[in-house]
Ligand binder design. Structure first.
Ligand code: ADP
Length: 449
């Protein structure tokens, strides 16, 4: 086992990893920008190193600074959290080149899954079902017309280098295709420096269902069931559940087997998530994330597992030590992402937290680095807390979340707390009757009334 780990991240996830290290008796090194000197992860770490100015590019994305910090503090491994360098194959390789362990998959698998075309081709080859679409990148507008005709409108043009829900264009008719093709490529070039695009059937009422996977370095792969992340705004997740209200135990078992067989054949190691759109009984793979996800706590609650402990243990070369049959599911968990944003306009509102009082009680978990007096900096992602509840049934989990949100006090900034309260009160949500398009319609309705 490692004796010291550097955590290459900030905010709640840095704290999440730090807590896991402390419980395993591992010393921690925090890194931080000059804007984060007072951050909780810095205060609680055994050592900390300032790696640059506020801009992420010069600090949390600065590989040389992070590798130097790890070297001078004698860290044996680096946990990247999510975002920042977590899916950067070059970083994973450099960590290993410096004689340290990258807590995550191999650089090769990060690279493969980071390229959406290769990821889809690989999964297809391994027997995982895909969204109908082009076989790889579209070479011309003529080809786009051909593929659209075969799969049928509406279609989605997606940037090969896209991410974070950006770089997608829906087209409902052939008349609009030429224009969408042009715009999608111009936008892709501007946003990602790469104008390659591909096409998928646009699904009009899918759920976003994803499977949590863990693999060891010896070809053993298991899954921890699904998360339903269909509540999204601009393709960004806001509220997640485990399990999905609409997936049966048999469906979970079947898609779980397809996924674990595929990843075991790939030799995939550490944590990963396979994302699917699910519509009319069909799972269609869209992408794989080769890291820990923001919403991993809902899985931890229903499976009674610490995924970060597992990541560290597996990266240290330990075997999984259990099989699929040993993994059981209990109750229902919900996570609400609390962003420092106006709950109606979604405009970020960083600022000073004048009062912070998190909820408590049975089955309530808060993953957050906030405290009274903390200044939320304007430079980073606006998610400042995750509120997670666990209860025997979904209805009880909803009631518990409602109660916990009522108790949650965050003053000085605006947050999503009121928005989540509205969602939980909605009859469609309570019935579990929603698709990935539901939240946008819901916010438009609430906004209008
Ligand atoms: P990113 O890498 O930007 O997150 P994804 O391919 O994972 O892109 O898609 C993000 C979200 O976009 C999905 O969760 C879903 O809401 C929506 N989406 C993606 N593909 C489709 C599709 N074929 N039809 C409808 N919605 C889609």
């Amino acid at each position: 086992m490692f004796s010291k780990i550097l955590i290459a991240n900030r905010g709640e996830i840095a704290l999440r990893v730090l807590r896991a290290c402390q419980e395993l008796g591992i010393k921690t090194v925090a890194v931080h920008s000059t804007a984060d000197s007072d951050a909780m992860h810095v205060r609680l770490a055994d050592e900390s190193v300032c790696i640059g100015p506020p801009s992420s590019r010069e600090s949390y994305l600065n590989m040389a600074a992070i590798l130097s910090a790890a070297t001078i503090t004698g860290a044996e491994a680096i946990h990247p959290g999510y975002g920042f360098l977590s899916e950067n194959a070059e970083f994973a390789r450099s960590v290993e080149d410096h004689g340290m362990v990258f807590i995550g998959p191999t650089a090769k698998h990060i690279r493969m899954m980071g390229d959406k075309i290769i990821a889809k081709a690989t999964m297809k080859e391994l027997g995982v079902p895909l969204v109908p679409g082009s076989d790889g990148k579209l070479e011309s507008l003529e080809e786009a017309y051909e593929v659209a005709k075969t799969i049928g409108y509406p279609i989605l043009i997606k940037a090969v280098a896209g991410g974070g829900g950006r770089g997608m264009k829906v087209t409902h008719t052939a008349e609009d295709l030429a224009e969408a093709w042009e715009i999608a490529r111009i936008e892709a070039r501007a946003a990602f420096g790469n104008d390659a695009v591909y096409m998928e059937k646009y699904m009009d009422h899918p759920r976003h269902i994803e499977l949590q996977i863990l693999g060891d370095n010896y070809g053993n792969v298991v899954h921890f069931g699904e998360r339903d992340c269909s509540l999204q705004r601009r393709h960004q997740k806001l509220l997640e559940e485990a399990g999905s209200p609409i997936i049966t135990a048999e469906q979970r078992q079947a898609i779980g087997k397809t996924a674990t067989d595929a990843l075991s054949r790939m030799g995939y190691r550490n944590a990963g998530t396979l994302e699917f759109l699910y519509q009319d009984g069909q799972f269609c793979f869209i992408e794989m994330n080769t890291r820990l996800q923001v919403e991993h706590p809902v899985t931890e609650m229903v499976c009674n597992i610490d995924l970060v402990h597992e990541q560290i243990r597996l990266a240290a070369g330990e075997k999984l030590g259990y099989t699929q049959e040993d993994i059981t599911f209990s109750g229902h968990a919900i996570e609400c992402r609390i962003n420092a944003e106006d709950p109606i306009s979604f405009v970020p509102c960083p600022g000073k937290i004048t009062m912070y009082h998190p909820p408590g009680g049975l089955g309530v978990r808060i993953d957050s680095a906030l405290y009274t007096g903390y200044q939320v900096p304007p430079f980073y992602d606006s998610m400042v807390a995750k509120l997670i509840v666990h209860a025997p049934t979904r209805a009880q989990a909803i009631a518990r979340m409602h109660r916990a949100l009522n108790e949650f006090v965050v003053e000085g900034i605006q947050t999503f707390i009121p928005l989540h309260q509205h969602i939980l009160e909605d009859p469609d949500f309570q019935k579990g009757d929603y698709s990935i398009h539901w939240l946008e319609q819901f916010t438009a309705r609430t906004h209008a009334s």
